[in-house]
Design a binder for this molecule. Structure first.
Ligand code: VJV
Ligand code: CA
Ligand code: ZN
Length: 370
């Protein structure tokens, strides 16, 4: 008997506005949801509405004082000096319902973790999660909580080894930091790196410490990489990591800011190329959690998360090259599902550079070591 894939969605999240002109637009969740609904795919998923994470649940990672601060933060009484301590550059982006919004992001990922643990789903998707920059006592890069770390902590209650894969264009710094010293969580991030690109961490040499030495991988990339070159990094490295680490569960952060024409990222993958990575990972048939993250050209985020939902759940045979008729149809510009690579963008990575990065990483796990 095959179990349905779980899809976690809370309609109130999509109505939140982080700030005027803010690149992160929760409305992308509702647009993705509309495509799933319009295509009929939604009916074939186990739809679950999450509860907000409780303060106690957030404290599995975050400091109590920080959680209390977030709880009060959106109110006018929040203390200005405290805002500076906890939020650094994020102070500009306080918004009403901040706590409610982030508690639902985290609650969604915890729900996904529990569905996997209980065997109620083999794939659990939370596009509202994936906030990989959040730290235990400060907000960073639009991430006021780190739902991923909370979800992995939950998975570790049941699974010995969890693999975390991050294909957002930014380095998954918060998740890497949380598990940098343990051999029970293997973290790998593919990201744009160099020229002060946010958050500036994630060097090739950084590969974990103490017990965790060898249990972190960073794949730094220059602007312009497209499908084939990305695949030639992703596939052999992930194959090796799977073989060496032999995880019991997988968490895949699917920020879509690595595809062509993103507002913040400068990579040049097509939507299909990015979705192939998801197909590749799901093919290992392990309990897999699929999370959102970045993605700043809203129409394309919805295209890709729609496509990935279908791919991850094995329902992609039902898709066509065209988007289904839906209430945002005009907003999409073209009626096409795919977001192609931009042929005018040059790949700044040379084949030699990429080969060097790949071989240095693979060499760490040559048989007998790692
Ligand atoms: O580069 C930064 C930090 C600054 C200070 C704050 N100013 C506004 C921007 C530069 C150094 N932050 C990055 C954060 C990226 C977060 C990515 C999150 C994820 O995708 O990895 C996971 C969800 C950054 N890049 C671009 C912006 N911030 C940016 C922020 C804005 C903005 C335009 C660009 C905030 C508000 C408004 N416009 C109106
Ligand atoms: Ca990444
Ligand atoms: Zn990102």
């Amino acid at each position: 008997m095959s179990t349905k894939a779980a899809y976690i969605y809370h309609h109130t999240m999509a109505d939140v506005i982080l700030g005027p002109g803010h690149p992160m637009q929760p409305a992308r969740l509702a647009i993705t949801h509309e495509l799933l609904s319009a295509s009929g795919i939604l009916d074939q998923l186990l739809c679950v509405e999450p509860q907000p994470a409780t303060k106690a649940q957030l404290q599995a990672l975050h400091d109590k004082d920080y959680v209390d601060f977030l709880f009060r933060a959106a109110s006018p009484i929040a203390d200005k000096d405290q805002k500076c301590v906890y939020l650094c550059m994020e102070a500009l982006f306080m918004f009403p319902d901040l706590y409610k919004y982030y508690a639902l992001c985290a609650g969604g990922t915890l729900t996904a973790a529990r569905l996997l643990i209980r065997g109620e789903a083999k794939i659990a998707i939370n596009w509202g999660g994936g906030l990989h920059h959040g730290k235990k006592d400060w907000a960073h890069g639009f991430c006021f909580v780190n739902d991923i770390v909370l979800g992995i902590i939950e998975l570790l209650k049941f699974y010995d080894r969890v693999l975390y894969i991050d294909i957002d264009v930014h380095h998954g710094d918060g998740v890497e930091a949380a598990f940098n010293n343990t051999d029970r969580v293997f973290t790998i991030s593919f990201h744009q790196f160099g020229n002060e690109f946010f958050p500036r961490t994630g060097r090739l040499e950084d590969c974990g410490e103490e017990e965790g030495q060898g249990f972190a991988v960073n794949v730094p990339l220059k602007p312009g990489i497209a499908d084939e070159a990305y695949r030639n990094m992703f596939t052999p490295i992930m194959e090796r990591v799977m073989a060496v680490f032999n995880p019991n569960a997988v968490v895949l952060q699917c920020g879509t800011d690595s595809i062509a024409n993103d507002r913040l990222g400068s990579l040049n993958l097509s939507a299909k190329g990015h979705a192939e990575c998801v197909a590749f990972i799901c093919n290992f048939k392990l309990p897999t959690m699929i999370l959102g993250g970045g993605g700043y050209t809203v129409q394309n985020v919805a295209r890709l998360w729609f496509l990935k939902t279908a791919v991850a759940t094995g329902l992609d045979g039902q898709l066509t090259e065209k988007l289904p008729a839906n209430k945002y149809y005009n907003f999409f510009g073209t009626g096409k599902l795919n977001v192609p690579s931009d042929a005018t963008v040059k790949d700044q990575n040379t084949a030699e550079e990429l080969e060097l990065i790949r071989s240095k990483i693979l060499a760490r796990y040559d048989s007998g070591t790692g």
